[in-house]
Design a protein. Structure first.
Length: 94
């Protein structure tokens, strides 16, 4: 079986397992234009996170280029994603 097909099958299996467990993760990516303070505010208000955790997470996004924000229901990940869309921060849900 070609590697591409194996990857697609693996992704499909992971998605099915996540649906059963209702265990999804949203990861945000750094960019050069969204202010640090705006990302911080979204993490505090929408995820929600404590201010300390939001600061650490925003700093991780800024320095490492990405950070996981939340693990739990797909619905809540999508809600966080909508807020990130508003402030033009790219993300993935997996």
């Amino acid at each position: 079986m070609p590697i591409i097909e194996e990857i697609k099958i693996s992704e499909a299996i992971i998605n099915q397992i996540n649906e059963i467990n209702d265990s999804w993760t949203i990861r945000a990516f750094n960019n050069d234009y969204t202010p640090f303070e705006l990302v911080f505010m979204v993490l505090v208000k929408v995820v929600p996170m404590s201010e300390d955790k939001a600061y650490e997470t925003t700093f991780k996004i800024h320095t490492d280029g990405e950070a996981d924000l939340y693990t739990g229901s797909k619905e809540h990940c999508e809600k966080i994603g909508k807020a990130l869309d508003v402030i033009k921060v790219k993300f993935e849900i997996f």
